[in-house]
Design a binder for this molecule. Structure first.
Ligand SMILES: Cc1cc2nc3c(=O)[nH]c(=O)nc-3n(C[C@H](O)[C@H](O)[C@H](O)COP(=O)(O)O)c2cc1C
Length: 227
């Protein structure tokens, strides 16, 4: 089984695509089978200016069925939460007290993944098809059914409240906005589209993803090729 999974992952890497992101049974909160997918290094330049991405950004809710490549997945994860200064662990998005309460999960038609910013890799949590259930939990919004990759940003409030007490909730909510906008602008720069989704049942989303008890889902962002 392990050999098959590794070979399918390698195949996906060779194709430069993510459709074969593989893995084990649905035990998402426990970091799955221990399989990981090393992401390609993110690029640090672009043909598109920041100003152009700002001007072009629009909420996109209809997508083609084309999968995202592993390069695109890598770039989007990095934009949202990538490490930009290794010695201090600083990331692309600011964080109150540099405490980094946010976690990034990805749902594709092939499964569920968790992004590790330090290693810039994905932990494969499940190969179960979860996108439909996730969309059901998001008031059946069509963008969640059709996004090629659905990013779910969760937060562990305790990481911030241990220093900032009651103020933490506000800080964490500000931070998810930073991370989400980074991701959405990066999507535009890659010729992709996305939409920030705030309307969903928190407990149902947590249930579908099998989130650890201290992870609260704050935003869902379907991304794909605009239809
Ligand atoms: C906090 C927040 C929650 C949102 N929730 C949803 C949502 O659940 N579904 C949706 O289709 N769009 C959602 N949106 C996107 C807005 O509808 C969209 O940003 C707005 O219509 C302006 O359009 P624009 O993003 O293209 O500029 C949300 C946006 C924000 C900032």
């Amino acid at each position: 089984m392990r050999a098959v999974l590794l070979s399918t992952t390698l195949f996906a890497l060779l194709l430069g695509a993510i459709p074969m992101l593989a893995c084990a049974e649905a035990a998402p909160s426990e970091e799955g089978s221990g399989e990981t997918i090393k992401l390609p290094l993110p690029r640090m330049d672009s043909e598109v200016s920041l100003e152009e991405t700002l001007a072009q950004r629009r909420s996109i809710r209809s997508f083609t069925t084309e999968a995202l490549t592993l390069d695109e997945i890598s770039q989007l994860c990095w934009a949202a939460q990538g490490v930009t200064r290794k010695d201090r662990g600083f990331r692309t998005a600011p964080s109150a007290g540099a405490l980094y309460p946010l976690e990034l999960y990805l749902v594709t038609p092939d499964g569920l993944y968790h992004y590790d910013p330090g290693a810039h890799e994905l932990a494969v949590l499940s190969t179960e098809y979860l996108r439909g259930k996730l969309a059901d939990a998001a008031l059946r919004q069509s963008s969640v059914y059709s996004g090629s990759c659905i990013f779910v940003i969760t937060a562990v409030y305790a990481r911030t409240s241990k220093k900032y007490g009651d103020r933490a909730r506000q800080y964490v909510h500000m931070e998810v906005g930073h991370a989400a906008q980074n991701l959405l602008l990066q999507a535009v720069a890659l010729g992709l589209g996305g939409v920030p989704i705030g309307a969903f049942h928190d407990d149902r989303v947590a249930d579908v993803l099998g989130l650890p008890g201290d992870h609260e889902p704050l935003m869902i962002i379907p991304v794909g090729h605009p239809a």
